[in-house]
Structure formats: structure tokens, C-alpha cells
Design a binder for this molecule. Structure first.
Ligand SMILES: [Zn+2]
Length: 509
């Protein structure tokens, strides 16, 4: 997905991002994968710890990411993560980290991996009829995580099932490395989702009821319509009856019976009725995802052209989608006036600002584009997508020092995503801060769980000539932490925040 996005993204940025010079996640070898698996071989180790769950989930994530099927789009990620956290933060599992991500797959599915990783297919996002339905599916998956159903279902299967799961995960990861062959990659993703589905099928009926019950209460507490969860599952079941040969993936992993729907409807009815309004972000992100994931060879403008006549009053989100489609299709000049109108009428929607800036830049008005992003930064300080688009524009305008500055400020104040760390490393390198660039890449690899590669990046950082004392001490301390963690790799290493200044300059940068 990410590669596809970048290839299609207008202007020179695409090429720039693709030529990232630094070490990206290296190939996984079977032995390495085996090393990273939790030790489940002994009878005493039958219980999966939360850390073990996290390590399994992180491995699957790494495979998914390397296969390029995770939607790596700052605007989309921010929405999905904030919607997910709005739900998971209500579950009294504050000590658990949740990662919500979008998979570029038009089938209707969502799945929870061990360790708090919750995936939503683009097909599901596009097929929900309102935000409460999307939140309902997320709340259900979040509840599988918080109730530890995945760990329990693996445990219930005993050691054989555990080893089978682990071995299949290894196969998925090895398959994902062969990413040159798109069929292999696709197979790996299907297998990965299959794992999640398999684990879910392994859920007992009690597990499903519990996920419905807990999920509905979370949904209501978050201010969404609790009736939306049964409504969405019911709609899926209705479609299955209409075309039994096309069962949505979601139903394969979540068998829906009329009893289950009736029960959750009854449960939802116990909450006072609420009138909910979809957020503008929900509508805008749906159109964004529709455009960004348009299959190769198709023109994203076709869909919006087909709406004309059917829906004379296009919604604001559809107007946005059409302008984004023009931008993606290389017709940025036509997108500019539309985005200008959207920004003027809805200055609070940051996606409109980033769309306007990117359209201006793509149509050769680099200075105007940067101005738009600077104004947006005042309206919404440290907004992640705005800052990332600003930094990208600065890099493109050959202002890497400023790009490094704004990304470092973001890194110091907001929990970073992997892609964000990588961009920060690229900016640091372009600005000549080579040692810092290596240290960012170390943090990137720590996030993927590849501690040896992270250590390697820190060694490279330490080998850069003329480091400041502060830099040397910081890298050495982090390297020691890594080496201490490596033998057991039990502890979860959080990204380390560097000191506020960019540190010393490398003479050869
Ligand atoms: Zn379920």
C-alpha cells in the first residue's frame, strides 16, 4: 500500500521517499524468527504473558508492514488510532498499548492480533453506514483483546496449537519477505488474517458474547450508538442471506446467529437512546481511503463522476474526495480552488489544509503550499499529519534543517509512528545530522522488535566522527539498554525521546 501510494503521489516527493538511504528492516531469517518467538516449549510455560502476546503481535505486524499492505497514510492513521483509543481508553486497560491500523483489503473484515494490535480492512471502513457502526466493530475487537480471549484460545488449544500458531506465523513472515512475488505477498496477508480468524473461530460462544457485552458498554460510554453494533452484524447477516456464496470475512470469524443478534439488541436497548452525529473526520477519511486505495489502472475520478446526477447535493466529504481524486490523477490545478473553498468554509478540518497544500505544491506553487501548512500549524499545533506534510514540503523545498527541527519537536511531544520516525531520520540525514539519523533508525527498529538491527544503527551513530559529549553518552546508554534487553527481549522498549536540541553536527554530513 505505502509503496503504491508513494508511487502515485504527485510531484517529486515520491522519488524522494523511495530513495531513503538508510537501512530498512532487513530480511528475517528462520532462526531469527525462532529466536523472537516466546519460549513456549516447557510445560510450565503454558500461559502466555501479555509481553508474549505483544511479541507475537509485533512479529505479525512486521510481516504485514513489510508486505506493504498496511495503509501508511498520516491523515488516515491519525483518525483510526484516535477513534480506537477513544474506545480502548475506556476499558480500564490503561497499562495496555493499543495499535489500530488499516489494511488495504476491500473484503469486509476486522481482526485483533495478540498484543493489542487491531486491524480494520479498508472494505469494512467503506461499508459501514455510520461512525457508530465502525466504532462498534472496533469496540468488539478491543474487547477480545482486553478480555484476553486470544491468549486464552491459544492456551486452550494446548501446546500443539500454540506451536502450530507460532510455526504458521513464521511461515507468514518468511512468505512476506518474498514480497517481490505479489501472489506470495497476498497469500501471506490472507494467511495472517486467517490466523486471526482462526484464533477468533477458536473463541467460544461465551467469548463472543462477552466481546459483544463489553463492546456495547464501551461503545455507549464513548458516546456512540450502542445499537450500531448489532445493526452492523445484522446487516452482514442479511447480505449473506441475499448472496450465500459471498459471506463477508467478518462473519467467517464471527458467526452471527439470530440469537446472538437478539441478545445484543436487547443489551443495547438497555441504554438510553442517543442521537449521534458522525464526525466530519469519519466522512472525510472514508472518501480519502476510497481514493487512495483505488486499484491500480483505475481513475479515482470515475467514482465521483458517477455520483453526479445520482446525488446532486454532494456532501462536503464527497467534494473533498473528488478534489483528492483530481490531485491523485495528476490534475492538481483543478483541485486547488476546491480545496481553497473547503478550507475557507471548514478551517477546523486539517485534512482540507493538507490537501490544499499538496495541490498547490504539485501545481508548482511551493511557497503558497508552505504558507498554507504554516497557517494550519498555528490552528492546530503539533497536529501529526499537518507536521508531516509540512516537513515533507520543507524537504522538497530543500530546507532539511527546518524539516528536522519540526519533526524533532513532534518526536519529543507526541508518541511517534514508525513512518514518522523514518521521515525524521531522513530529514536528519538530509540536514547533515548523520549520527542523529542513525539513532532515529535505531528507534525505528526497536519499534519493529528488531533489536540487533537497532543496536547496529547505534554502533554506526557512535562511529560518526566529532560527536558531542551529550550525543555519545545518549547513544551509548541506549545501546547498553538494548544489549541488556536482547538476551531475553522480555521488556517492551518504548521509543526514547532525545533531548530537545538536535545535537551536534557531523562534519561529513
Ligand atoms: Zn468476535
Amino acid at each position: 500500500m505505502s509503496m503504491e501510494l508513494r508511487r502515485r503521489w504527485p510531484a517529486g516527493l515520491a522519488g524522494f521517499l523511495l530513495t531513503a538511504w538508510m537501512a530498512l528492516p532487513g530480511p528475517l531469517f528462520a532462526s531469527e524468527v525462532q529466536d523472537q518467538l516466546p519460549d513456549m516449549g516447557t510445560a510450565a510455560q503454558q500461559t502466555l504473558s501479555i509481553e508474549d502476546e505483544y511479541r507475537i503481535g509485533r512479529m505479525v505486524m512486521r510481516g504485514l508492514r513489510e508486505s506493504g499492505r498496511i495503509v501508511e497514510d498520516p491523515e488516515t492513521n491519525e483518525y483510526i488510532q484516535s477513534l480506537g483509543l477513544r474506545l480502548s481508553s475506556l476499558t480500564n486497560q490503561g497499562n495496555r498499548d493499543f495499535n489500530f491500523f488499516l489494511v488495504n483489503d476491500r473484503t469486509i473484515n476486522a481482526f485483533a492480533l495478540p498484543g493489542g494490535f487491531v486491524g480494520i480492512n479498508t472494505g469494512l471502513l467503506l461499508d459501514t453506514r455510520n461512525e457508530s457502526e465502525l466504532a462498534g466493530v472496533l469496540a468488539h475487537e478491543v474487547s477480545h483483546v482486553t478480555q484476553r480471549h486470544i491468549a486464552r484460545s491459544i492456551e486452550a488449544g494446548g501446546r500443539t496449537s500454540l506451536m502450530t500458531t507460532a510455526a504458521t506465523l513464521v511461515a507468514i513472515l518468511l512468505g512476506a519477505i518474498a514480497g517481490v512475488d505479489s501472489n506470495v505477498t497476498f497469500g501471506a496477508i490472507t494467511a495472517a488474517q486467517g490466523i486471526a480468524a482462526e484464533a477468533q473461530i477458536g473463541f467460544t460462544r461465551e467469548n463472543e458474547n462477552e466481546a459483544d457485552r463489553v463492546g456495547i458498554s464501551v461503545l455507549a460510554d464513548a458516546g456512540f450508538d450502542p445499537n450500531a453494533m448489532p445493526a452492523f452484524f445484522e446487516e452482514m447477516a442479511r447480505r449473506t442471506q441475499l448472496s450465500p456464496d459471498r459471506v463477508p470475512e467478518l462473519l467467517r470469524s464471527h458467526p452471527v446467529t439470530s440469537a446472538r443478534i437478539a441478545e445484543s439488541k436487547g443489551r443495547a436497548a438497555q441504554y438510553p437512546p442517543v442521537v449521534t452525529h458522525d464526525s466530519m473526520s469519519y466522512a472525510v477519511i472514508r472518501e480519502r481511503v476510497r481514493v487512495l486505495t483505488t486499484p491500480a489502472g483505475q481513475d479515482p475520478r470515475t467514482y465521483y463522476a458517477s455520483l453526479i446526477g445520482n446525488e446532486p447535493d454532494s456532501s462536503v466529504a464527497q467534494v473533498y474526495g473528488n478534489a483528492l481524486a483530481q490531485l491523485m490523477a495528476g490534475d492538481a490545478a483543478h483541485a486547488v480552488p476546491t480545496f481553497e473553498r473547503l478550507v475557507a468554509t471548514h478551517p477546523e478540518v486539517m485534512q482540507f489544509h493538507t490537501g490544499l497544500a499538496q495541490s498547490l505544491i504539485a501545481s508548482g506553487q511551493s511557497k503558497a503550499g508552505l504558507d498554507v501548512l504554516e497557517r494550519a500549524r498555528v490552528l492546530s499545533p503539533r497536529n501529526v499529519p499537518v507536521t508531516i506534510r509540512y516537513a515533507e514540503a520543507l524537504l522538497q523545498a530543500n530546507r532539511p534543517k527546518r524539516a528536522h527541527e519540526v519533526l524533532l519537536d513532534l518526536f519529543n511531544n507526541v508518541p511517534p509512528t514508525q513512518e514518522q520516525i523514518r521521515l525524521t531520520a531522513i530529514a536528519a540525514n538530509a540536514a547533515g545530522d548523520v549520527a542523529d539519523a542513525y539513532s532515529y533508525m535505531a528507534e525505528y527498529h526497536i519499534m519493529t522488535g528488531d533489536l540487533p538491527l537497532a543496536a547496529n544503527q547505534l554502533e554506526l551513530a557512535l562511529s560518526v566522527p566529532n560527536l558531542t559529549e551529550v550525543q555519545r553518552a545518549r547513544y551509548a546508554a541506549r545501546l547498553k539498554e538494548l544489549r541488556d534487553a536482547m538476551p531475553q527481549d522480555r521488556q517492551r522498549m518504548q521509543p526514547q525521546q532525545p533531548p530537545p536540541s538536535g545535537g551536534g553536527r557531523s562534519p561529513n554530513g
